[in-house]
Design a protein around this ligand. Sequence first.
Ligand SMILES: Cc1ncc(C[n+]2csc(CCOP(=O)(O)OP(=O)(O)O)c2C)c(N)n1
Ligand SMILES: [Mg+2]
Length: 628
Amino acid sequence: MTMVSVAEYISFRLKELGAEHLFCVPGNYSAEFLLAAEKTGIKCVGTTNELEAGYAADAYSRYRGIGVSSVTYGVGSQSLYNAIAGAYVEFCPVVLVNGSPPLFKVENLRNKNILFAHAIDPLRTDKFIFEPVTVASTEITSGSTAPGEIDRVLRACITHHRPVYLEVHQGVWIEKCDPPSGKLKANPPTSMEEQDQIAATAAVVKVVLERVANAKHPVLWGGEMLQRLGLATYFQELVRLSRLPFTTTLMGKGLIAENEFPDQFIGVYDSKFTREDIKNVVEKSDCLIALGTIMSDFYSDIVLNSEAHDSLILAAGTFVNVGRPLYTQVPLERFLPGLISAWPTNRRAAQTILGLSELVESRIAEQTESIPVLTTGAAVGSNLLGGNEQEDRFPKITWDSFFQRMKTFVTPEMTVLTDTSLALFPASELPINRAGAFLAQTAWLSIGYTGGATLGVALAEQEFRPVVFVGDGGFQMVPQAFSTLVRETKGRNPAIVFVMDNGLYGIEQFLIDEQILPPGQKFYRDGIANPCSFDVLEQWNYEKLGEAFRGRGFTVTSHDELELCLAEVLQLKVAALVAVKLDPHNLPRGIQAVVSTPHPALGFNSITEESATTPSADRIEVSLGALN
Ligand SMILES: Cc1ncc(C[n+]2csc(CCOP(=O)(O)OP(=O)(O)O)c2C)c(N)n1
Ligand SMILES: [Mg+2]
């Protein structure tokens, strides 16, 4: 048996698990690993900072089942923390490969107070701080223990679909060990667990089917975990077989092609800002079957409202709630096939659901509706952008008019990424007609995520063109990531990045308006001239920035300019950065509706000490906090 180095061992295993790329910022502590990975055929993609590398690995893992980020100790890994935490929350199997100082340097620090580069104190701090956001970690100190430890940690990663931490001491990378033996597989359940799972699944399937049979308006609600666990085709089969109307979460958008069952797809149910007609069908369902939903507070109303909760069936992870009763030992990968095989063949017609056919018709009609043109006077106070008379001759771009245009611009050959910004809401209505063609980080919600995630998607799914909608605030978090995109997507499917340039941290201003500012001082609702000073963003010249990063840059303020830009961008062989100028006071429809008609559920004008203690006010706090 030919021995291999520890660095080779890790590389072989990562390649076997599906990593053809890894995302890195090099450091001498980990250089030996990068050299070995490249030799093994893993492309080491250098990034402009660690956060970019982490976001890229997260997105890559969503498509490939594994994502890898390699950094150096302390200065590197600790800049990566946000990305690993997000991957943990959103169930992304990311491997953090960290190179660390050799033992003698730690000893020198401990005994002689000589700092090694990136030392915090004698303790090996990195492993310790990553523990809360990883499902397994190890510190490899010798070749002899390496194979077992590496396999243990990687197995945990693919079993739990969550990040792991793999640290190797400098010098140990080149120590010899046995080569990998056998294929690495997720930990199987013990035979006892398996028996329990089979019995529990059969029991819960029976109860669920009884519920469905007695319900008037059952609705299927597909969630992101089905994508993560590779179970989307079961959902597709259930939709086909049951003929029930279905929706998805925002994060699970594009779980299956939205035009595959046009009469059944009601649109995305994303939050309390969802259109009323979609909300009506979902929230009034007497049997809402949520499959693989990460219950973030986007959906807290359903969980916290007792009536809705009683009619909710929630299968996620390894349990199923049927209303309140909880059935454990029912993993999704068992529950879905179990449900499908027991589903009765006497199908109900989808049209029996109240309001469904009207909803479906209007949703389909809206995909091709003409663009609503804004007369400039309709938007309040454009002084932040320095409104100018010449521009006013052309139809201005608004959130709604832009996204209406995007409904026909976006094709199944594109993968749409949407950053945490106001764009999340109108993007939820884009037609996504290919499974997997939509990505947003809507549970962790870190602004700037798409900066790195686009790189991950571009390399994991090279046959599709990434199209990104990011707020100006989000873009300014990791702007230089655009230069990596230029390099990595040149000549293939170059990325198109739309920066939604409203000049401010819009959502933050919206939340402050609604939660904190007194009546009369609200930027959006009262139309006052300036937002809070800390929500104002610098007006960058994105057009020049696009060029400076060796891609192309555009600025569009009117629909005429947008049309010219879109035509040109589609012909480009290099990534494009397009600044879409928006009136800072403009809001997408779903949010506007909340602002212009005080919504009792949001408790406007009533966030007083008194009402803050009522149960409904608690709910408000939770739901608005979703984007904070
Ligand atoms: C890394 C990070 N920092 C801060 C926040 C809080 N936050 C949520 S939304 C938001 C504003 C986003 O502004 P922008 O990207 O310009 O989008 P807009 O809301 O204007 O559409 C901020 C700062 C966050 N979610 N993530
Ligand atoms: Mg903004």
